[in-house]
Write a protein that binds this ligand. Structure first.
Ligand code: UDP
Length: 312
């Protein structure tokens, strides 16, 4: 049985990844310091023999007993309001945490996949963004703590690959949504769904003309699974290129949430908020044979069902 360490295992993506690898017959070792993760996300895995959980902050030295075949590094605050509240932890987990895990991967002879992000492209001057685009990032802006940590993470991962011959994989994740997102994580879709369910104002920042392209979590997880098992070590974008404005996303949420009396209001646009974002997924298609399969309407419905249960 292959053994895989998943950091951020109690988080949104980490918990779905834990499910996936358990389903595929792996032994999963989950690790999380629970600053944004939630044990509810993995409660169903805790009784399983091939799942174990370590409450640990990977920014400190990481010890795992026994062999390891793979490491997925998904620990990090990932929402703009989280990294505003936890700037130092965000920088540390992307830099020191990644360094610790690369060291662990090297010691164990494990293959390591890191969760990078579309944020490495910053407020992009080209749309859609191909992997070759170097980005437009403000290093000292409010998002810089996340963007630069992730850029450093890519750099040190490539250095371990080049200088130590470590097997590494880099995914650049674009906006992803679905069940297990935190209701109050501050991101657009959890905010809009919870506001609509609770008949509160829907807070669209700015005029809502900024765009995002939302990928359903199951599609993302499939892309990660394929990338891990591929032999491609340069960054690969995974996301759904179906780009919409934030205003349209708010309107679609209102259409889905039955009986809501919420109205859209506009609030100030956060500093350095990217104006456009859309993945170029040519590489994911050709190298991994991957394509998103869940359309937005279907994904929004499934997400609504989840938030309903959380807000009851
Ligand atoms: N946004 C919004 N209202 C909210 C939360 C977010 O209009 O209550 C906007 C935000 O300004 C951004 C977009 O929605 O333009 C996506 O924000 P999110 O926090 O989901 O992630 P980002 O893509 O910016 O990392």
């Amino acid at each position: 049985m292959k053994r895989i360490l998943i950091t951020g295992a109690a988080g949104f993506l980490g918990s779905h990844l834990s499910d996936k690898f358990i389903d595929k017959g792996y032994e999963v070792i989950g690790m999380d310091n629970l600053i944004t993760g939630d044990m509810d996300n993995i409660a169903h895995l805790m009784p399983l023999e091939n799942f174990s959980f370590h409450h640990h902050d990977v920014s400190n030295y990481v010890h795992v007993a026994g062999d390891l075949d793979y490491i997925l590094h998904f620990a990090s605050p990932a929402s703009p309001i989280d990294y505003l509240k936890m700037p130092i932890q965000t920088l540390k987990v992307g830099s020191l945490g990644t360094h610790n895990l690369l060291g662990l991967a090297k010691a164990k002879g494990a293959r390591m996949l890191i969760a990078s992000t579309s944020e490495v492209y910053g407020d992009p001057l080209v749309n859609p963004q191909p992997e070759e685009y170097w980005g437009n990032v403000n290093p000292i802006g409010p998002r810089g703590v996340y963007d630069e940590a992730k850029r450093f993470q890519e750099a040190i991962t490539m250095a371990y690959h080049t200088y130590h011959g470590l097997e590494t994989r880099i995914i650049r994740i674009f906006n992803t949504y679905g069940p297990r997102m935190r209701v109050n994580d501050g991101r657009a879709l959890p905010a809009f769904f919870s506001q609509a369910i609770e008949n509160k104002d829907i807070t669209v920042f700015g005029d809502g003309s900024q765009t995002r392209a939302f990928c359903y979590v199951d599609d993302l997880v499939e892309g990660i699974y394929r990338l891990l098992h591929s032999d491609y070590s340069l960054p690969v974008n995974i996301g759904n290129p179906d780009e919409i404005t934030i205003l349209q996303a708010a309107q679609e949420v209102l259409e889905i949430v039955e009986g809501t009396t919420s109205k859209i209001i506009h609030q100030g646009l956060p500093k350095d908020d990217p104006k456009v974002r859309r993945p170029d997924i040519t590489k994911a298609k050709s190298i991994l044979g991957w394509n998103p399969t869940v359309d937005r309407h279907d994904g929004f419905r499934r997400t609504y069902e989840y938030f309903k249960t959380k807000l009851k």
